[in-house]
Design a protein around this ligand. Structure first.
Ligand code: ZN
Length: 425
């Protein structure tokens, strides 16, 4: 008797296991994988590409020919290490630096910073324009972006049209995929489609992101994070931000506005934060919080009109000179930072935490007591806590991260069809 066809009961045969789309983020098209491997290696022979990716040398040859034809990579004669001067030089593949140029920008409360880099990530020019703090209108921010771009292009000896893309970082809640700034301390309005507006003004594709994500991206592309699958970057500046790398990629969350460490609550009904809520971590450790403490605790009412940097330098000088009140202001901020960092450790168990931002010059923030306190607050597993590195790099690094964002947008638009839709927005 032939087997009877079993009728599907209600609820049966609906499948189990994760429903992973055929082209998930981790399964990039092979030519994109080849390109990204060449870009990361600097110089790499074809045979090594095949080995690293576990594919046949024939498919690597086909793909690399295509990439060479498109002008994205080129063959470079590399001297053989152990055959000094004899025989034909080995041929390696490298990114064609002149294929594209992009600009990266960081917009902040204090200054706007920009870089122009080539397709291999080499710096061509940079520029900084100081500004008066405070939120700007959309028209003002577009003017600022255009002025800065034209200035850095002039320094690079390039017409604006010679750029392939622009990446822009702003503080606040940013949906990078949608190109929306939901809230930012540099913008007076909420829910601004900044990527589209800047793109229309500049006549170039523009990608935007939260500035802390760009520091994480800079570490991932150029710094300590290049070889790490997961790590956290915590930025302390005018605000407090966090970028988190998971599986070599920036993790953004379901609505792409996650990782707002600065607005996690550390005190019920606590100090008022710039976001309008109370008790946010940022309201205790960001520079405006320290300045607010200093003006009240040290009776510095007369200094309120001074730029925040001058005020903080003065506070730091007082602390170094032994002023107990000034010291206690930094100490308290350090304790709140310990709470924030221990939460990061307890939630994510990262392999490294990088503290970044100009404020990191104030070593009271990460004094031995702060790290001890963090150890006490992190769960006790008997295993060592992740190392903490301090990178007191300035805004140039953030702008580099924005340039990496633009470089990704360019290469993905060319190599990965799904990413093209995002880049075209
Ligand atoms: Zn807040």
């Amino acid at each position: 008797m032939p087997p009877k066809t079993i009728r599907s009961e209600t609820g049966a045969h609906k499948g189990v296991g994760p429903l992973i789309p055929p082209l998930a983020e981790t399964q990039r098209p092979l030519r994109q994988q080849v390109f990204e491997l060449v870009r990361a290696a600097g110089l790499i022979p074809r045979v090594q590409v095949a080995k690293d990716l576990g594919v046949s040398p024939a498919s690597v040859t086909t793909i690399t020919s295509e990439l060479i034809e498109t002008g994205l990579i080129e063959e470079v004669a590399a001297p053989r290490d152990n055959e000094a001067g004899r025989g034909r030089p080995a041929v390696a593949l490298g990114v064609r630096a002149g294929a594209h140029r992009v600009a990266g920008m960081k917009l902040s409360d204090r200054e706007h910073t920009a870089v122009v880099v080539d397709f291999a990530g080499n710096l061509i020019a940079d520029d900084v324009i100081p500004r008066r703090p405070g939120p700007m209108s959309v028209a003002e921010i577009l003017d600022a972006i255009e002025t800065l771009l034209d200035r850095v292009c002039a320094k690079a000896g390039l017409e604006r049209g010679a750029l392939s893309a622009v990446g822009i970082g702003v503080p606040g809640f940013v949906d990078s995929a949608e190109g929306m700034v939901l809230w930012s301390s540099v913008l007076a309005e909420r829910s601004v489609a900044l990527a589209a507006a800047a793109g229309a003004r500049l006549g170039l594709p523009v990608t935007i992101d939260n500035d802390a994500n760009l520091v994480a991206l800079a570490e991932l592309w150029f710094g300590a994070g290049r070889s790490l699958p997961d790590f956290a970057v915590v930025t302390i500046e005018h605000g407090v931000g966090m970028g988190f790398v998971m599986n070599h990629r920036i993790y953004r969350g379901a609505q792409r506005v996650g990782m707002e460490l600065g607005h996690t609550k550390v005190q019920l009904d606590g100090a008022l934060c710039r976001c309008g809520q109370r008790g946010c971590l940022e309201a205790y450790i960001a520079d405006y919080a320290l300045a607010r403490e200093a003006t009240t605790a040290l009776n510095w009412g007369h200094k309120e009109s001074q730029p925040i940097n001058v005020l903080l330098e003065s506070l730091y000088d007082h602390a170094k000179a032994g002023n107990a009140t000034a010291k206690s202001i930094f100490r308290r901020a350090g304790r709140y930072l310990a709470v924030g960092l221990s939460n990061v450790v307890n939630l994510f168990d990262p392999s490294l935490i990088i503290l970044s931002g100009e404020r990191m010059r104030y070593d009271y923030l990460y004094a031995a007591e702060t790290l001890d306190e963090m150890d006490n607050l992190a769960i006790n597993t008997g295993r060592p806590r992740p190392p903490i590195e301090i990178h007191a790099w300035g805004d140039l690094l953030w702008a580099h991260g924005a340039a990496a964002l633009a470089l990704s947008a360019v290469s993905e638009a060319i190599l990965a069809p799904q990413a093209r839709e995002i880049a075209a927005q």
